[in-house]
Design a binder for this molecule. Sequence first.
Ligand SMILES: *Cc1c(COP(=O)(O)O)cnc(C)c1O
Length: 237
Amino acid sequence: MAQLETCWNEVHRRIDKTCRQAGRDPSSVRLIAVSKTRTVPEITALHALGQQRFGENYVQEFVAKWEALALPALEPPLEWHFIGALQRNKTRAVAERADWVHGIDRLNIAQRLSKQRPDSHPPLQVCLQVNLSGEPGKAGVAEADLEPLAAAVAELPGLRLRGLMTLPAPSTDPAEQRRPFRRLRELHDRLNTRGHRLDTLSMGMSGDLEAAILEGATLVRVGTALFGPRNAQGTQA
Ligand SMILES: *Cc1c(COP(=O)(O)O)cnc(C)c1O
């Protein structure tokens, strides 16, 4: 696990360096450790280093890890971010366990999550996923449909709309990497001028977190740079 500590420190070094470059306070960027396909001992080892936020993509895998880590409760408590695609028949498991959901791109999924959120829990914090490439079939709401979706989601009592998320096509060119992140920030700011109170940009992964932070990311979702490469297949829900 010494390797994990080295990687964790390195990711924080990258975040801090980029924040200095951007004139941002490093505490304005939160790290989500994307633990999909990773084991429970890897999660607890990272938590022992001080990592609190974890991201999972597959419902079944998320539930299994959540159950395994629920008791004895870790201190400080884990914060779970569901960052994968969510099907209608799997919303309840997430509504009952997650702290955040990042991939909301349809009202009916948001409505189900709101209805299924237990009253004993605080509202589920959500980001709307935006498809900035315009490719049909890709996850995310189209830009043209974002405002009406945001307006409808903001009304749901079981949810709290926090911001926007995007997952652009990978690029190794820093200027190219920044373009969709800049666009997401513009959309975020525009929603705020229309009366929303968003404070979250979930953008940036292992290969492009610098570009995302330079454009205003507040949550970066990092897997490979922390844990090493995943198996090609990953784990399916
Ligand atoms: C897997 C995944 C990540 C992490 O990607 P890395 O390149 O391994 O850092 C981030 N966000 C989402 C939505 C993912 O599915």
